[in-house]
Design a protein around this ligand. Structure first.
Ligand SMILES: *Cc1c(COP(=O)(O)O)cnc(C)c1O
Length: 439
């Protein structure tokens, strides 16, 4: 299905599908251009910034003590889930299936703990340095002192969010003492709003979608010279925060003696909303593993905004509502009507493809994972499982595999990673509701 009209027609019918990116190129051909936008040094700088702030983070969030203030998640094998999926759907999933547990990242309980928190740190550091409040060679534990906390009281941090970005930006900026405002769309879950309020964050609710909450937040922030707006639609800082995940994953794979090379490819599936989190992580992974990693995004059939933006070439101007989609989904973390302008461009030649998945399946995956592995993640997060499930089933992904020399024998030696993007902060009663939805 390389023809745009056929892709658009399948998307409009809200069919589960895979879109294979016709502009995908060998890494070498994209490298020079990409590095002009985000270089290896930029990503290394981001990692260093995270390390500078680690003493402060460890002090404020004792749950990060085991990793000394570094916010990181486990990479776990899920063999029981792999066989449960094979059995339930009568399919074969080659290679070794792993799950990256960003669902359980400390502080924010979602992948947003990477990008959202990183951007707060960057802005905080810039303000503190510019005002002579800190120097780079001091311990950043100092950010917990009254003097700095009082300094940040006069500043405002704002963000538009369906929930998880608001949680990560809200909790972290409140920890520095910022006056914090989160603008939330109507898809945002009630417990996320009350969690934020419990951290002293001001939550403004809109009876409209994510794009509206962002636009309103941005507008209000622009009216206040002391205010900073974390802008998910175009932020490079968010992207850098996500990209640092790659070298850390490499370390985890090395520790497990998992080889990634031409004979042992890595396939990664990440749920996408606006594209920032999966884009940043995938970009980082491509820089590390080049042609040996194949990155796929996963989106709800009702909100395939990255797929539409990239397939039509309309990028951030594509809007799911223009394609007759109803715009209702349980995957609140993925409910962005239009994709990021920045990510659709930088991933144009690097993304392998994009799978779509129906809401009901998200809950089936959620239950299977709970029963097979005893792990609980949120519905949005479960979108990633559609990738390994359908990789060998759909004609278009099969064609992708064969055109890249990914034979069954090679795939049997592959590593497939589903990126669990959220869930650990979901209250128990909501987790229970999830297990009983779409039964
Ligand atoms: C935000 C989010 C994503 C996707 O991130 P984007 O940057 O919007 O693409 C995926 N899963 C969960 C649970 C999220 O909160």
């Amino acid at each position: 299905m390389r023809d745009t009209a056929a892709v658009v027609s399948a998307v409009s019918q809200a069919k589960e599908m895979v879109w294979i990116n016709p502009k995908y190129l060998m890494f070498e051909l994209t490298d020079a251009l990409c590095q002009l936008v985000v270089s290896d040094e930029d990503i290394d700088d981001a990692e260093k910034r995270l390390q500078r702030f680690a003493p402060f983070i460890q002090k404020k969030f004792p749950e990060t003590a085991p990793t000394h203030g570094i916010i990181e998640s486990e990479l776990v094998a899920i063999p029981m889930m792999q066989s449960a999926l094979e059995k339930e759907y009568g399919v074969s999933i080659p290679g070794k299936l792993l799950m990256k547990m960003d669902s359980h990242l400390p502080i924010a309980g979602s992948v947003k703990a990477r990008g959202g928190i990183y951007e707060v740190l960057t802005h905080t550091e810039n303000l503190a340095l510019a005002n002579g409040m800190i120097s780079r060679d001091e311990s950043y534990e100092k950010f917990a002192d009254d003097e700095l906390q009082n300094f940040f009281h006069d500043y405002t941090m704002q963000v538009g969010s369906t929930g998880n970005l608001g949680i990560s930006v809200g909790i972290m900026s409140a920890a520095f003492g910022f006056n914090t405002i989160v603008h939330m769309s109507k898809d945002a879950k009630a417990w996320k709003k009350s969690l934020l309020r419990s951290h002293g964050v001001k939550v403004i609710e809109y009876d409209d979608d994510y794009a509206k909450a962002v636009a309103e937040g941005r507008r209000q922030s622009e009216l206040n010279p002391m205010s900073y707006f974390v802008d998910d639609e175009k932020s490079v800082d968010l992207f850098l925060g996500y990209a640092t995940a790659a070298k850390r994953l490499q370390k985890q794979l090395d520790e497990k003696n998992i080889v990634v090379d031409e004979e042992h490819p890595l396939l990664v599936y990440i749920p996408a909303g606006i594209g920032g989190a999966p884009g940043g992580i995938s970009y980082g992974l491509k820089r590390v593993y080049k042609d040996n990693v194949h990155c796929f995004f996963c989106e709800p059939t009702q909100w395939p905004s990255v797929l539409l933006g990239m397939a039509t070439g309309k990028m951030e101007k594509a809007n799911i509502k223009d394609y007759g989609l109803t715009g209702s989904t349980h995957a609140d973390g993925l409910a962005c009507p239009s994709p990021s302008s920045f990510v659709t461009r930088i991933m144009m030649n690097l993304l392998s493809g994009d799978f779509t998945v129906e809401d009901a399946k998200l809950y089936d995956f959620l239950r299977l994972l709970y029963r097979a592995e005893g792990k609980e993640i949120e519905p949005s997060s479960c979108a990633a499982f559609v990738g390994p499930l359908r990789l060998l089933e759909l004609e278009d992904s099969r064609e992708y595999l064969s055109s890249h020399g990914l034979t069954r024998e090679i795939l049997d030696h592959s590593t497939q990673i589903v990126w669990a993007t959220g869930g650990s902060m979901v209250p128990e009663e909501v987790k229970k509701q999830y297990r009983n939805t779409y039964l």
